[in-house]
Design a protein around this ligand. Structure first.
Ligand code: XMP
Length: 518
């Protein structure tokens, strides 16, 4: 736990399993206050050690009267630290301090009109008497604990927000952290600034300065290795570390032949030419293609690519001599998932990472972005001078085009898909949709269909377009892209890419379908 100015004001968020817990943390960070998410079962002593200036209790799927309800010790209210309970968090405050919570006649879900009774404390920054808020709860408060009063109500609930008369303890039945509560950010900000008395010391400029000092101190004159992928996270990590230790950072970019068109050149230009980073681009196309020959099973493809990557990377790393650290672009959401009350996502995602490298090579990890959310990483990147074409990039899977070429991967198919991909990207960017969606890419199908071009019959490949919206890749929905954009993509692909005579649109959501086709 750091004691510097940047981390001096900190908020602790206790996670009771809500799907929105990370959003609470993001709203707190947006208000320029450092915060961490911990499991609800944290010990009181550990809370004290953390020295939070405020505590937020998240929502959660349980009822406080369930036999396996996640509870906390009442001592938390005796620490003299302001507390804000959100949804389940508020019910927990009520339950623990002697009020009564009961199942509501109907589950309340969706918008509600909040009538504010008291424009003070957590409502200090709200000028209106009524605001829309987002509700999602099955339980309601029937009786307030002594010493509490209602500070806002809805037509459904007289206790939509509550406050203790003596202590700085607040509860809200609605979710201020979600986008559907348009003024929610102001409520969280008021809790931080007005109730907890914070100033907002967390900002990315200070973060960068602080990180550079830290990295220098940790690494000293040792060497750091970094697998640059061209994605946002590893790029920002590399530029940041480069700023701290310069030539002792050794970046390796493995061109596995399964990348987007001109990707290797692009990365080289960006990092070597613009940032003067020690970068080795390894052309390993041949070995990857050779090993993928005849392989159809998606899992085998992924494994082969993962193993081959490690092999090539290790081989290259040996040439550098003794290295002590491996830099990784790990972000805060990856860190929380492993401690969260319920984090099934950690399991689902594990197949995406090329694990095992640090243990195998006996390297210590250097993860300068561990405390940050994605939007903070982008801000750091911008401040470091990385251009938007890297910072605002859509995610790209490690196994690359291999999982977008169904069936056997061949050089010819890669070339076709790269050409189609280039057109899709161009058109998405031209329309502005590239930056509005989570991912937009083509998939090359293992079937041929009949077409007609001029007077000739064709028998060529089919391409599917996958364009999805998502918050984090865990769930997704297909984008209702305007027909004109779809029409232009289709027209260009069929006219310009030899070997493709049909384009189809994927209209499946995740779940049950996945984003990538393999
Ligand atoms: P799926 O296909 O599982 O994808 O719905 C969810 C998100 O993860 C990306 N993805 C990967 N990323 N290595 C990665 O680094 C992988 O093996 C991999 N597979 C899928 C995918 O592009 C989407 O954003």
């Amino acid at each position: 736990m750091k004691e510097d100015n940047l981390h001096r004001e900190r908020i602790l968020i206790l996670d009771f399993g809500s799907q929105y817990t990370q959003l609470i943390a993001r709203r707190v960070r947006e208000s320029k206050v450092y915060c961490e998410i911990v499991t609800y079962s944290i010990k009181i002593d550990e809370i004290k050690q953390f020295k939070p200036r405020g505590i937020i209790l998240s929502g959660g799927p349980k009822s406080v009267y369930d036999s396996d309800a996640p509870l906390i010790s009442r001592e938390i209210f005796e620490l003299g630290i302001p507390v804000l309970g959100i949804c389940y968090g508020m019910q927990l405050i009520t339950h623990l301090l002697g009020g009564r919570v009961a199942r509501a006649r109907e589950r309340e879900y969706g918008f509600a009109n909040l009538k504010i009774l008291d424009n003070e404390d957590i409502f200090s920054f709200i000028m209106e008497d009524e605001i829309p808020v987002w509700m999602s709860h099955g339980d309601r408060i029937e009786k307030l604990p002594n010493e509490f009063k209602s500070i806002a109500k809805t037509s459904n609930s007289p206790y939509a927000a509550i406050k203790s008369k003596g202590k700085n303890i607040f509860g809200v039945q609605f979710h201020p952290e979600v986008y559907h509560t348009p003024q929610g950010k102001e409520i969280i900000k008021a809790f931080l600034y007005k109730v907890c008395g914070l100033k907002g010391l967390w900002d990315m400029h200070s973060f960068i300065e602080r990180s550079i000092v830290d990295i220098k101190k940790i690494v000293r004159d040792k060497k750091v290795l970094c697998a640059l992928s061209g994605g946002v996270d590893s790029s920002v990590a590399a530029v940041l570390i480069n700023k701290a230790i310069g030539k002792n950072l050794f970046c390796i970019f493995v061109d596995n032949g399964l990348l987007r068109k001109n990707e290797a050149k692009h990365v080289e230009r960006c990092f070597r030419d613009n940032f003067n980073i020690n970068l080795k681009v390894v052309d390993a196309k041949k070995v990857f293609l050779q090993r993928l020959k005849g392989v159809i099973d998606p899992e085998r493809k992924r494994k082969i690519i993962g193993h081959t990557f490690i092999e090539v990377f290790e081989e290259e790393a040996k040439k550098i001599g003794k290295v002590d650290f491996l830099a990784q672009g790990t972000l805060y959401p990856d860190v929380i998932e492993s401690v969260s009350f319920k984090g099934p996502s950690a399991v689902i995602k594990s197949h995406h990472n090329v694990g095992g490298l640090p243990e195998k090579m006996k390297l210590k990890l250097l993860e300068p972005l561990r405390e940050l959310f994605k939007d903070e990483v982008r801000e750091v990147g911008r401040q470091l001078g990385i251009t938007d074409d890297i910072i605002l990039r859509q995610p790209f899977p490690g196994p690359g085009l291999a999982v977008r070429i169904l069936g056997e991967v061949t050089e010819e198919k890669i070339k076709i898909l790269q050409d189609v991909d280039e057109i899709v990207e161009e058109e998405m960017k031209k329309s502005g949709y590239y930056w509005k969606v989570w991912q937009s890419f083509p998939v090359l199908l293992p079937i041929k269909t009949v077409g007609v071009m001029g007077d000739e019959r064709t028998y060529d490949n089919v391409v599917a377009l996958r364009i999805v919206d998502s918050m984090d890749g865990m769930t997704a929905d297909w984008v209702r892209l305007p027909y004109d954009i779809l029409a232009e993509i289709s027209r260009r692909v069929i006219n310009e890419v030899k070997g493709v005579n049909r384009v189809v649109y994927d209209i499946s959501s995740k779940p049950p379908s996945t984003i990538e086709w393999e």
